[in-house]
Ligand binder design. Structure first.
Ligand code: FAD
Ligand code: SF4
Length: 810
């Protein structure tokens, strides 16, 4: 039997092993494989070193392929053996300890070396780079003693190192050569917001500063800058850049420039030798993020398997910072200039900044800070060179803004094309995930992670992967017996978290994160508003409502519009107003030059195009309560004219609507709640597509629940019939309190009613009068704790004022 061809891999890191994984899928058994790795570990996820440093993960969680994986695939792993020579004439590689291995094909994936500043003192004990497990171990050992850490480099790695050391209790300063942080990923405004957020955590900054020397005799004691200033330090981390690790290839006569030069098939100038990863230079470009390296890995595997079909044509990259609680995204060319257009939104108070750079109606770059939810969509538009002419007005608000999401946010991922990249770290696109869910019968996030690797690195795509699970499996996903965690920060479900909040009397979201051992101490964009809401519903009087845990509209107590202005919707009970109210509204519209005054679909008046700084004065002049048009809360009770004027009317629906709205105003809920009251079965107020709708009949009122208009229409279910207004209000309150207590955050009444079933609700709300009263009283108690947000703001109890741009941009 002919012996197999020999493949040797130098570099047991992310790109090299990913190439082998792809190769084993395409041509299992084609090669006898030997892997040399200078580090004494199996292949691990380098990206996760930052969460390990900050204490959010353990080292063992970073292992991508354990020792068994090599054994099971017949791979001869030489861990802890560094190759020092490639003998191309004899086709052999030689390790530092003299061990040799022959190859027919060689794959070089030696990654990068951290760049150390050529300054005096750089070799002193206490000076470390940030590249591998041994660097992290050194930093952990230093941080255990406490003291002062100085990180040189305010780029991605430097800030992740600084954040990790800060979490470990060190006093941390960051020194950066450039006037603002992460200048390769952020513009000046984004950099300033980031610096402000990190400074609030206790980080100190020296920038722009050039380091001249590391001070110390036997151990580092400090740094000296070029301007003569000196600062003390017990630990110095140099994170000032990386250089492709090409010495080995260069010494073997393989053509190198900045990196090992490869063609579109990842082949070097020696046709038997391929190279992938950070060590390569392709079409003049080197890369320092994993997504492009994984694209290279696919192509290299394809050619090693002798399929000869794929070509690597370069990559556009996007960046995220893995610092918990700081959301940052950047992609493409965001620097701007005379030939491009910029669309920006800056909310200094809430730390939200969005910038999209356009050229010829195409997205060429973007920076997002504070709210990065639209990042994947913008990145998709950028990669596809999409003409955004028709959706330009929606760019800053995301794809879901193109229509009413209304259905637990499933639409964002569902509407992406199969080619859309979901997991940037691992280069996994939507089609691959959906196919794996369907063909391999996957039900849980964990299974998708294992099978596709999506969401298994930095975790920022977890929400999108969950949406794909939900939209692909539909009802099956919801009914799956396997439990679905609230988000990637915990293994606990929504219900388990709620139970713990009640049982352990947890009174703030932060207390919940701490008590329930959240993976990320500050939570994520998914769990923060949900947990805050659960705390508020469980403990309406004592629970802390943390403004930082709210979505931006709720923090601003106003609905932000597509042009960055706000809308003002005063509450007009039952849609019935008076000349005096109308006069005040008209006066405000004129005085503040409100560009548009419009009736909403729910019969209210909307003042559109309001400047943020005018909001407090407008509300003070109006003297009307907030219509809560921006929140997950009671919106409106729509009414028809009813018996008072309509000749068909059988009940006074206008009065009913007003009574309902007064009884429920200020009510927070898992999602927005809309009501309607119609005076007879002609149903002019459209009560059967509302969360709660009442319809007048001869004997009293019919009460309908769980209706929905919008994109996915659901006709409401008849819950019961009652005789009086008081009964209708009590039933409505009980139903809504049950919904508040049981539905998952962001679940409208329509999917909730379908999930728990009408009978479940009837038993608790209609059949059991004691329970009904208890529920209604619980809602009354919660509402008694609420204050109108704008009244509170005007009295100075709530800060909703806008911060002028000048204070943010340095
Ligand atoms: C702390 C940190 C955080 C990061 N965060 C992100 C992130 O959030 N997103 C992102 O996309 N990227 C991130 N990166 C970058 C990402 O980890 C790298 O792009 C990726 O690991 C590069 O893969 P590689 O295989 O080319 O190199 P590596 O993963 O470095 O693997 C190269 C391996 O080759 C070995 N080697 C070198 N020379 C020899 C030799 N002569 N003989 C034997 N073995 C040798 C090295 O020891 C190393 O194990 C981060 C990097 C770090 C350090
Ligand atoms: S629902 Fe009945 S009462 Fe109300 S406006 Fe229509 S016809 Fe008149």
């Amino acid at each position: 039997m002919a012996s197999k061809a020999k493949l040797v891999l130098i570099g047991n890191g992310m790109a090299g092993i990913r190439t082998l994984e792809e190769l084993l899928k395409m041509a299992p058994g084609a090669f006898e494989i030997t892997v040399f790795g200078a580090e004494p570990h199996p292949n691990y996820n380098r990206i996760l070193l930052s969460p390990v440093l900050s204490g959010e993960m353990r080292l063992e969680d970073t292992i991508l392929n354990d020792w068994d994986w090599y054994h099971d695939h017949g791979i001869n792993l030489q861990a802890g053996r560094k190759i020092v020579q490639i003998d191309r004439a004899r086709r052999r590689v030689i390790a530092a300890d003299g061990i040799e291995a022959a190859y027919d094909r060689l794959l070089i994936a030696t990654g990068s070396n951290p760049f150390l500043l050529p300054i005096p003192g750089r070799d002193l004990p206490g000076v470390v780079a940030y590249r591998d497990i041994s660097d992290v171990e050194q930093m952990l050992a230093a941080s255990a003693k406490g003291g002062r850490a100085v990180v040189i480099g305010g780029g991605l790695l430097g800030l992740e190192a600084a954040n990790g050391l800060l979490s470990r209790g060190m006093d941390v300063s960051v020194v950066h050569l450039h006037p603002w942080l992460m200048e390769r990923q952020l513009d000046q405004v984004g950099g300033a917001l980031l610096q402000k957020a990190l400074a609030q955590r206790g980080m100190r900054f020296y920038l722009p500063k050039q380091t001249e020397a590391v001070l110390g005799e036997t151990h580092v004691t400090g740094l000296r800058f070029r301007d003569g200033e000196e600062i003390p330090a017990d630990l110095v981390v140099m994170a000032v850049g990386i250089r492709p690790n090409i010495e080995l290839a260069k010494a073997a006569g393989i053509h190198c420039e900045r990196g090992i030069v490869v063609n579109d098939t990842m082949q070097t100038y020696d046709p038997r030798i391929y190279a992938v990863g950070e060590c390569v230079q392709h079409r003049g470009q080197t890369y320092g993020l994993v997504a492009p390296l994984f694209e290279q890995a696919k192509v290299a595997a394809n050619h090693l398997a002798a399929y000869g079909r794929m070509r690597y044509e370069g990559s556009i990259t996007s960046t995220k910072l893995k610092v918990t609680g700081i959301d940052l995204f950047s992609a493409g060319d965001f620097t701007g200039g005379p030939e491009v257009e910029e669309i920006t939104l800056l909310d200094g108070t809430y730390g939200v900044y969005k910038k999209v750079v356009l050229k010829d109606n195409k997205v060429v770059g973007s920076v997002l800070y504070g709210d990065t939810s639209i990042g994947p969509w913008l990145f998709q538009l950028l990669r596809e060179n999409h003409d955004i002419g028709e959706i330009r007005a929606h760019l800053l608000f995301g794809e879901t803004h193109l229509g009413d999401a209304g259905h637990a946010g499933h639409d964002q991922a569902a509407s992406l094309p199969d080619s859309a990249e979901i997991c940037g770290c691992n280069g996994v696109c939507k089609g691959t995930i959906v196919q794996a869910i369907r063909e391999q019968g996957l039900f849980t996030l964990e299974e998708v992670r294992q099978q596709t690797k999506a969401s298994s690195s930095c975790g920022s795509c977890t929400g999108l992967v969950e949406q794909l699970l939900a939209s692909t499996l539909g009802g099956v996903y919801d009914q799956s017996p396997k439990k679905k965690p609230l988000c990637g920060c915990t293994d606990l479900t929504h219900d388990e978290v709620r139970e713990a909040i009640v049982a352990e009397k947890l009174l703030s979201a932060r207390q919940v994160f701490e008590y329930l051992n959240w993976n990320h101490p500050g939570g994520c964009a998914t769990c923060r508003p949900a947990v805050n809401y659960y705390v508020r519903t469980a403990w309406p009087a004592e629970g802390l409502d943390d403004p930082q845990m709210h979505f931006i509209n709720e923090r601003a107590h106003a609905n932000i519009q597509k042009d960055g202005t706000y809308s003002v919707v005063p509450r007009i009970y039952g849609g019935v107003t008076s000349p005096a109210e109308l006069r005040r509204i008209a006066e405000v519209a004129e005085r503040f030059q409100v560009p548009m005054v419009k009736f909403t679909g729910g019969q209210r008046l909307d003042l559109l195009g309001v400047k943020k700084e005018d909001l407090p004065a407008i509300w003070a002049t109006l003297g009307m309560p907030s219509g809560h048009a921006y929140g997950k809360s009671l919106r409106t009770v729509k009414t028809c004219v009813g018996t008072e004027f309509c000749r068909f009317g059988t009940q006074d629906s206008t009065r009913m609507g007003i009574e309902l709205e007064r009884a429920l105003e200020g009510m927070w809920a898992p999602h927005k709640v809309k009501l309607a009251a119609s005076g007879c079965p002609r149903n002019c107020a459209e009560s059967t597509v509302k969360d709660v709708g009442v319809i007048g009949v001869d004997s009293g009122w019919e009460i309908y629940i769980g209706g929905n208009g919008g994109m996915k229409v659901r006709a409401a279910d008849l819950l019961c019939k009652v005789k009086t207004n008081a009964e209708a209000i009590e039933i409505t309150k009980a139903f809504l309190q049950l919904y508040r207590q049981e539905a998952h955050y962001l679940e409208r009444t329509a999917p909730w009613v379908e999930r728990v079933g009408l009978e479940h609700i009837k038993v608790r709300v209609v059949d059991d009068p004691t329970n009904r009263r208890r529920l209604a009283e619980a809602l009354d108690f919660a509402l008694a704790q609420e204050r109108d947000p704008w009244a509170a703001a005007i009295e100075g109890h709530l800060d909703v004022h806008a911060e002028p741009l000048a204070r943010v941009a340095p």
